[in-house]
Design a protein around this ligand. Sequence first.
Ligand code: MN
Length: 153
Amino acid sequence: MAKILIVEDNALNIKLFCDLLAAHGHQPEAVTDSRNALDKARELEPDLVITDIQLPHVSGLDLIRMIRRDDKLAQVPIMAVTAYSARGDEERIRAAGAQAYVSKPISVMRFAQTVDELLAGSTQENPTGEPRESWARQSDLGSGPTGAAGEGA
Ligand code: MN
């Protein structure tokens, strides 16, 4: 059972996603106002974030970037859901830091399968073959200031 945060402004989609995830034994939680999404994610520490791209206030792309920049959330898998399936969109979504992309109207099977894959940790796979900046951050956090000097004497 996974905690899954859904960021979506459309009530019907929220119901659909929540029902699907609950049917798969997961614990979905929805946020409708994207301005609250980052705080909610920090509080919930979800195993997966599913976000709409077309959101009022904070766009899905901006939200993805904010999550990737957040120390606490940088590693959480993100699945984007969007009504527009233009090629450029997918590239921008992936470049922002989402691992997966599903277009609306969603295929229930593809939705469930993508959720399973992301939760199974297949996030390391990189189908585009492009370097993924967001994962590089990890190494930046590493050792911090050196040495435990000053402790002596
Ligand atoms: Mn929307």
